[in-house]
Design a protein. Structure first.
Length: 324
C-alpha cells in the first residue's frame, strides 16, 4: 500500500471514530441518549431535548428580542391586525400600530431614537413612546402636527416638527437615529383616483365600497401634490437626509404600495421599484423586502371586465428595508 492511500485510510478511520455514537445517561433528565463522539452534546452528556433548552447567553446587539421572538417576526409575508383609531381614520392612509410595533421591536432597543419623516398623525411616534423608545417626526400638515402632538408624552423624548421632510437635517442631528420608519405620500395619486373605490362595479359586489383618503393638503411643498417625476426627486432628497440622520448600520423601513394610473394610460406604476432605485442612489443598501398582505381589508372588485383588459386587485404593500 502506497503512503498516500495509507494516509487517506487513516484519515477515514479517525473520522469514523470521531462520529461513532456514544450511549449515556442524560445529565439533565436522566434518560438514555446517544450522541456522536467529540460533539458538544456528547461532552455535556445531554439528550437532544435538554440540549436544545439551553439559554442563549450571547448578547443581542440589535434589539431586545429573545431568539424565538426574533424568529417569529422574521416572516417575509405578514398581516398586521388592528382597528384604526379615530385619528388614523381622519388621516386615511396610516399603517396599523401592529406594523409599527413589529418593526420598532426588530430594529431598535429601549431608549433608541426612531424617526418618521412623514409623521402624519403620529402612529410611529405613538408606538415608539409605548415601547420606551425616543421619537421625532416631521410633518408638513399643521393639523396633523397638532393631532400627533396631542397624544405624546410630555417628557422631552418625543417631538413633532412641522416642516417639509426635505428639511429634516435642520432638526435631527447626524448619526443620531437608529431607525427610520415611514410611509411616503403618493405623488398625485390621491387627486387622480377620486370618489369611492370601484364605484363603477357596485352591481358586481355586495361588499361595502371603500372611500379613498382625501389629498393631505393644497400646500405647494406637499410631496403628494407633485408630478411623479418631481415627487421621486423629492423622495431622493428625503432619503439623503435620512441617510445622514441614521447611525452607521442603522435601518430605514419604508412602507409603499404600487398602483395604477389608468387615466394617464399607465396600467401599473412600479412605485416600490422606483423607491428602491432612489434609495440605492443615496447610498442605502437594500436589505430585505417584506410583503404586507392587506387582502383581508380590501374587497375584490371587477377590474376591466368584460374587456380584454384583465387587472389583478392590488391587495398588498411592500415593506422595504434599507440599511446604512
Amino acid at each position: 500500500m502506497n503512503q498516500a492511500w495509507k494516509k487517506r485510510l487513516d484519515h477515514l478511520d479517525q473520522a469514523k471514530a470521531k462520529n461513532s455514537q456514544q450511549t449515556f445517561k442524560c445529565s439533565s433528565c436522566g434518560c438514555t441518549a446517544k450522541a456522536s463522539a467529540g460533539t458538544e452534546r456528547a461532552d455535556l452528556r445531554q439528550c437532544t431535548k435538554c440540549f436544545g433548552k439551553r439559554k442563549d447567553t450571547r448578547a443581542n446587539q440589535l434589539n431586545d428580542l429573545t431568539g424565538s421572538e426574533w424568529a417569529q417576526l422574521s416572516k417575509s409575508v405578514e398581516r398586521y391586525p388592528g382597528v384604526r383609531s379615530e385619528k388614523q381614520r381622519a388621516h386615511g392612509a396610516a399603517f396599523p400600530e401592529s406594523l409599527a410595533e413589529a418593526h420598532i421591536k426588530i430594529y431598535t432597543k429601549r431608549g433608541d431614537l426612531v424617526l418618521d419623516p412623514f409623521a402624519g398623525v403620529g402612529t410611529t411616534l405613538d408606538v415608539a413612546a409605548r415601547l420606551a423608545r425616543r421619537s421625532v417626526g416631521v410633518e408638513l400638515n399643521g393639523n396633523f402636527c397638532r393631532v400627533a402632538r396631542a397624544d405624546l408624552p410630555k417628557d422631552g423624548n418625543h417631538e413633532v416638527i412641522c416642516d417639509d421632510a426635505r428639511n429634516l437635517g435642520a432638526h435631527v442631528a447626524p448619526g443620531s437615529v437608529s431607525l427610520v420608519l415611514t410611509s411616503p405620500p403618493y405623488a398625485t395619486l390621491l387627486q387622480s383616483v377620486k370618489g369611492a373605490f370601484a364605484y363603477k362595479w357596485r352591481e358586481h359586489s355586495t361588499l361595502k365600497l371603500i372611500s379613498n383618503p382625501p389629498p393631505y393638503s393644497k400646500h405647494a411643498d406637499d410631496l403628494g401634490n407633485l408630478s411623479y417625476s418631481d415627487f421621486m426627486v423629492a423622495i431622493g432628497q428625503v432619503m439623503s437626509a435620512c441617510w445622514t440622520a441614521l447611525k452607521k448600520g442603522g435601518y430605514a423601513v419604508w412602507v409603499v404600495k404600487d398602483y395604477r394610473d389608468l387615466k394617464a394610460g399607465v396600467p401599473y406604476v412600479n412605485f416600490h421599484g422606483d423607491v428602491i432605485a432612489v434609495a440605492q442612489a443615496n447610498e442605502f443598501k437594500l436589505w430585505d423586502v417584506r410583503i404586507y398582505d392587506q387582502t383581508q381589508f380590501r374587497p375584490l372588485v371587477v377590474l376591466g371586465y368584460p374587456s380584454t383588459n384583465y387587472y389583478m386587485n392590488v391587495g398588498h404593500s411592500y415593506i422595504l428595508v434599507f440599511r446604512k
